[in-house]
Write a protein that binds this ligand. Structure first.
Ligand code: AMP
Length: 370
């Protein structure tokens, strides 16, 4: 069984909240998380395997943690929980933490963590994600169940593929047969042609002003909290982003080259303003539906990202959702075109610490942790 609300209350009852430390695995978005935590006045702790990480962070004194927990293997974190709780640590989860520990271990990690870990289970299944997004009123790329039905470009995603590695594009059934590895599980999605926007939102269940999200179904009529748009990025993907320079897909095939989608970095973008209402409508749907994902769901808490493509008809297709801070928020350590409007210099990492700080002040820590 995973962590319950009773476990969380029990751990927090032993915390001196004036001494809380913000902890993160030193990877992914940790520079931003630790920097933001320091700005909000928290002590910080980083977790790493290998001394080179520690050396790297010495290059960024503004994010250097007050303490390090050095491990031989990330899985050893599971045995360090008591020590971390004595240090009053709250862990900020990010993609690397979940990947290094494994989703199963992460769900059993006996430490207060920011956000709702139950939601991360929904995030980790493509089919569950699709259900959630569609119930939220987001259009997702069409799924092709029978490869013989491929009649326009598709993207084939293997079940275990991560960070865009291991996808391929097929123009027709023949193409698909030539490239597919039938021993692996895969999903075939319509290839959506358009521009990619990765929308970074923050949902604060404790804030009572701003863009308030309303509940549906079991929460009908309830005001659930405030939705904020923090920033937006586009990923640099190698090699597809530079592929066109060598000619058409056909030319490239003749050179035995296939596009790949491996993330190498991120760039800041903004959306034309007339698309913002739809972006908020989708995000609002995702938040209100998150409270209905299962019985008594605690819903979304904190950072999440909608990964979208906008077509030339100015329509969004959402191809993925992340229910935590994403590395695409890293260009915005000192704020973004959106977050600066509300408060200068507010990164997602800092916003997380601000949320924790407010929760401590109002005695609501248990509402934003799991
Ligand atoms: P993902 O692992 O789902 O985040 O996808 C990795 C990359 O593959 C994205 O950033 C896009 O460049 C591309 N991609 C994924 N799904 C689609 C789609 N349905 N249509 C077009 N491109 C896609």
């Amino acid at each position: 069984m995973g962590i319950t609300e009773a476990d969380l209350r029990w751990w927090l009852s032993g915390y001196d909240v004036s001494q809380v430390m913000i902890g993160a695995v030193a990877s992914h978005s940790a520079l931003q998380i630790l920097h933001g935590a320091k700005l909000e006045g928290f002590r910080t702790l980083a977790i790493a395997v290998g001394a080179d990480k520690r050396r790297l962070y010495s290059a960024f004194p503004g994010a250097e943690p007050d303490e390090w927990l050095m491990l031989d293997d990330y899985k050893d974190l599971m045995t360090q929980v008591e020590w971390l709780r004595k240090k009053q640590v709250i862990i900020i989860p990010h993609g690397s933490l979940v990947e290094y520990l494994g989703a199963d271990n992460y769900s059993k990690l006996e430490l207060p963590t920011f956000g709702n870990r139950e939601i991360l289970r929904w995030e980790s299944s493509r089919e569950k994600q699709r259900q959630w997004l569609e119930n939220s009123g987001c259009k997702t790329p069409k799924v092709i169940n029978d490869p013989r039905d491929i009649d326009s470009p598709v993207i084939v995603k293997y079940a275990g593929a991560k960070g865009g590695r291991g996808y391929f594009i097929a123009r027709d059934y023949r193409d698909f047969r030539r490239n597919v590895n039938l021993d692996e599980e895969f999903t075939i999605q319509e290839y959506v042609l358009g521009c990619r926007y990765y929308l970074h939102f923050f949902f604060d269940p404790l804030a009572e002003d701003g863009y308030q999200v309303h509940g549906i179904k079991s929460n009908a009529g309830k005001v659930l909290g405030r939705l904020e748009l923090m920033s937006m990025d586009r990923r640099d993907e190698s090699n597809v982003d530079e592929f066109y320079k060598l000619g058409s897909l056909r030319d490239l095939r003749e050179m035995a080259l296939e596009p790949s989608f491996v993330v190498t970095g991120n760039m800041p973008v903004v959306l034309r303003e007339s698309l913002l209402p739809e972006a908020f409508r989708m995000a609002e749907g995702v938040v209100s539906t998150s409270f209905e994902l299962e019985e008594n769901s605690r819903g979304m808490i904190g950072a999440f990202c909608l990964e979208t493509i906008v077509t030339d008809k100015l329509e969004f297709r959402v191809f993925e959702i992340s229910a935590r801070i994403v590395a695409g928020s890293n260009p915005f350590v000192s704020g973004s075109s959106y977050s600066d409007i509300n408060e200068k210099g507010m990164s997602t990492g800092r916003r997380i610490s601000r949320c924790i700080k407010k929760a401590i002040e109002t005695g609501n820590l248990n509402r934003i942790l799991s």
